[in-house]
Ligand binder design. Structure first.
Ligand code: CA
Length: 343
């Protein structure tokens, strides 16, 4: 949505886990066009994970953390994460959205450390240009920072198994190369679940961890069936202009695809503003009845129905006249033709 939201201070937790209490965080009413889609916004006591460098003696590690979720809305507009940072964190926090943990970023947002509270947790709004997602399919919020000494952030979590049923927290200790989730409860890599700076790794028996996150999204509607206007009859060999226009309910830019009905298809072109008429010319080579079909799709890929216009093309009278005149001027050719054809 690219709108600045005030940070919502919901409580103070000590990053190392001291004095932490379970929090119930209320969602502020939204005046924006998007709406809250997926969320897990209860942090349980001491349930926190580091993002970045964790200085475990003789075994410093760099942790990347992800949260899987299943959007119900087809356009993702922004996120809120309940995060904090170590006082020595000076590197940016990178937040990516992916539909595959080791795949490409659908979007990547770079967060300046100053936007994240120090040695406490807070909801941090992470805004970006709206992106299309596949409703009903698992996506990931992936967070990481540079692997530098004492440079880490922390993400408040919930370690109750039913806190968010459509996803869970994922962790990578090899800069995003491989990932596993908290369900794999007996692996040594569980040290990242409860870092104790310099202390002994603590293993946790809970099967599922979820981070504190909120995703926002919005619905999308297909553009209207294009209206087509232009001459409905004409002659072959002459180019005629046709004007077409589609309106997108969301005001999204639209692409068009044209089938001229004679085998000539113009693949998707655009985008153009919604309700901005476009004109293209076409010439039919053979007489006959044709149906011009034009379809629109918005920038999210949502397609309209085909708009149609029937046109009738007749023989080109000028050409016929020219041919007749030619025959009249050269009657001997006509007779040769007659003989050749055994007329
Ligand atoms: Ca639309």
């Amino acid at each position: 949505m690219k709108k600045l939201l005030p940070l919502m201070v919901v409580g103070i937790l000590v990053l190392s886990g001291l004095g932490a209490v379970a929090l119930e965080i209320k969602t502020e009413p939204q005046t924006l066009l998007d709406e809250l889609d997926q969320f897990q916004d209860v942090m349980t006591e001491n349930a926190e994970v580091p993002i970045g460098h964790v200085a475990i003696p003789d075994n410093p590690i760099s942790v990347q953390v992800a949260q899987s979720f299943i959007p119900t809305l087809p356009i993702l507009t922004r996120l809120e994460l309940f995060i904090g940072k170590n006082s020595t964190a000076t590197y940016d926090l990178n937040v990516a959205i992916r539909d595959d943990l080791t795949g490409d970023d659908l979007t990547l947002i770079i967060i300046d450390p100053s936007a994240v509270p120090t040695e406490t947790y807070d909801w941090v709004s992470i805004d970006f240009d709206d992106i299309p997602v596949t409703a009903g399919q698992t996506h990931y919020i992936v967070t990481y920072t540079e692997n530098e000494t004492d440079n880490f952030y922390a993400w408040g979590c919930n370690n109750e198994s039913d806190s968010y049923v459509d996803g869970c927290a994922w962790f990578s200790l090899d800069d995003g190369g491989t990932w596993d989730n908290r369900s794999a409860a007996s692996k040594p890599s569980n040290i990242y679940v409860k870092p104790r700076y310099g202390g002994t790794p603590i293993f946790d028996e809970y099967p599922t961890w979820d981070t504190c996150f909120r995703t926002y999204g919005k619905e999308n509607a297909a553009p209207s069936t294009p209206d087509i206007s232009g001459p409905t009859s004409g002659e072959v060999g002459t180019s005629y202009d046709y004007t077409f226009v589609s309106e997108d309910t969301n005001g999204d830019p639209v692409y068009y695809k044209i089938n001229w009905g004679d085998g000539d298809v113009v693949e998707w072109f655009g985008p153009f503003d919604s309700e901005d008429p476009q004109t293209r010319g076409h010439t039919w080579d053979n007489p006959g009845e044709y149906t011009i079909s034009i379809k629109a799709k918005d920038i999210w890929g949502e397609e309209s129905s085909w708009g149609t216009l029937k046109v009738s093309m007749t023989k080109n009278r000028a050409l016929n006249t020219r041919f007749l005149r030619f025959m009249q001027n050269y009657p001997h050719i006509f007779s040769i033709l007659q003989r050749l054809l055994k007329y």
